[in-house]
Design a protein around this ligand. Structure first.
Ligand code: ATP
Length: 354
């Protein structure tokens, strides 16, 4: 029996209910596939801890994180809990990403069966990945903006090392994706605003340099504003998109909206060996505790965890079960991207298809 240690952070808002769904599904996949077992350890992080202790994630949990095979994290934070400077107090994404140097945020944007795509069809060819640099860019200014009551300044900072490693990550991912497909074409699209900002021109230059290490992969360029339009009008042309942190945050929510909503979108945050997995969205306080949230964003994190651990049968079986549950008509979405019959029944319908 292969044993894995999984750190689980339930988070805030809809986090605990999403994690409950994902853990029920995990247990069902374990039974259905066999041969491996997850040992689960809960660690607290987010608003509750911040209110009690004044920090959102403990040093101890951060130190222990690297001992785990993977980390499953629910959305974290409380939009009402602000620091004196007006920014949110209880997010732990920055702590994990920078603290553990998880530099590559991978956000798959895929249209699942029966889900209506951005142009109104359910068989549109939307299957690409946003690779967002996680440790620098505009968000590196978090907590460091300088100013006073009349002027405020955040700095967009990029280093050559960080751009090189995220570019290499994107090209390698494009190569892996092409090996899984029958057609061997692979494209990396560099998304930037290099016509305006020097940092972005720097980003484009370095991505271009790194591309010479991957001659079989086509490199394309698009400005971020044009990219927003293309994600809606011609998403089928994308394979792997690589971009700076802030742009990646914005454009991945747009990508989510083109495939049924952010409630369907999962992500992985990868370093050299450790990784954590979470929905791309926030804590959705407007629907928390009402059995309304779409659990797919959290459940699909398991696919990435299985892939990371080499449990490829489990990943494929879970994906197939999700598709079957949607096709069976037992798991449908309302106009807001929430499961029509609630979180619990949607979860059950996936488990029944395993
Ligand atoms: P953050 O900045 O932390 O990402 P946010 O302010 O962008 O958070 P979200 O919490 O992501 O906001 O919510 C945005 C909208 O998406 C809300 O209307 C919310 O209800 C909806 N939403 C988010 N997650 C889900 C989900 N899993 N299922 C259904 N709707 C969701």
């Amino acid at each position: 029996m292969r044993k894995y240690r999984l750190m689980v952070i339930k988070g805030d808002g809809i986090g605990p209910e999403l994690i409950e769904s994902a853990l029920d599904v995990l247990q069902a996949v374990e039974k259905a596939v066999g041969g491996f077992q997850f040992d689960i350890e809960f660690h607290e992080g987010g608003a509750g801890l911040f209110k009690r202790e004044g920090y959102a994630f403990s040093e101890k949990s951060l130190m222990q994180a690297s001992e785990f095979d993977a980390i499953l994290k629910g959305p974290v934070g409380d939009p009402g809990l602000r620091l004196d400077d007006g920014t949110e107090a209880s997010s732990i994404s920055g702590i994990l990403r920078n603290g553990l140097d998880l530099f590559a945020n991978v956000r798959p944007i895929t249209l699942l069966p029966t889900i209506q795509g951005v142009r109104g069809g359910d068989s549109e060819d939307i299957d690409y990945v946003i690779v967002r640099e996680n440790t620098e860019g505009l968000y590196a200014s978090r907590g460091r903006g300088i100013g006073n009551d009349r002027v405020m300044n955040d700095i967009l900072m990029l280093t050559r090392d960080a751009v090189e490693r995220i570019a290499r990550f994107a090209f390698k991912l494009a190569r892996e994706r092409s090996l899984k497909r029958t057609s061997n074409t692979a494209t990396v699209t560099c998304v930037d605003k290099s016509n305006v900002l020097r940092t972005m021109a720097f980003f484009r230059k370095i991505v271009t340099e790194v591309s010479s290490e991957f001659p079989e992969i086509t490199l394309e360029y698009i400005y971020s504003d044009a990219c927003a339009q293309a994600m809606v009008l011609s998403p089928e042309k994308f394979d792997v998109l690589v971009m700076e942190n802030f742009l990646g945050d914005l454009l991945s929510d747009l990508g989510g909206a083109t495939v049924g909503g952010i409630g369907l979108c999962h992500s992985g945050n990868y370093g050299s060996s450790l990784a954590y997995f979470e929905p791309i969205h926030g804590t959705a306080p407007d629907i928390a505790g009402q059995n309304k949230a779409n659990p797919l964003s959290q459940i699909r994190c398991l696919e990435l965890i299985f892939e990371k651990l080499g449990e490829l049968d489990a990943s494929a079986k879970l994906y197939d079960a999700i598709c079957s549950s949607l096709k069976s008509g037992k798991f449908t979405l309302d106009g807001n991207g929430c499961p029509s019959d609630g979180t619990l029944k949607a979860t059950k319908s996936i488990i029944q298809c395993l």
